[in-house]
Design a protein around this ligand. Sequence first.
Ligand code: 5GP
Ligand code: ZN
Length: 128
Amino acid sequence: MDCLFCKIANGELPSKMVYEDDLVSVFLDINPHTNGNSLIVPKVHYLDYKEISDELNNHINEVVKKLDKMYQEKLGSSGLTIIHNSGCGQEVKHYHLHFIPRYENTDISLVPNRELEDLETVYQKLMK
Ligand code: 5GP
Ligand code: ZN
């Protein structure tokens, strides 16, 4: 399979790799939202969150905690935003978590959309 993140996670293509263990690789995103914005990527190919086992999910969560501590110490971050995209929101079709360290007084641009259906309409659709 010709998959970009399979190749990066297994060292066949270059990246700024900051952490690696038997199951995952972590490397800097080439389009960072904040200093240290990284991608946590399993070495084995999975499409998205639906294919990740509970064991791997737990492992990834442990890696998140480790990285959070490391980035706080080395980059001075003091918060964290984690994003996972799937389906039409996902560009690279190999599971990855966006690990976005947060800094005091620094915003990232996930801007609320003011031109949506009103909350009651959406709520009624969901609860029907
Ligand atoms: P997605 O939309 O699939 O959740 O996000 C894919 C992410 O991968 C984007 O943030 C994009 O900047 C990053 N990305 C795409 N190609 C490369 C690459 O070749 N190297 C690195 N380090 N990041 C990449
Ligand atoms: Zn892959």
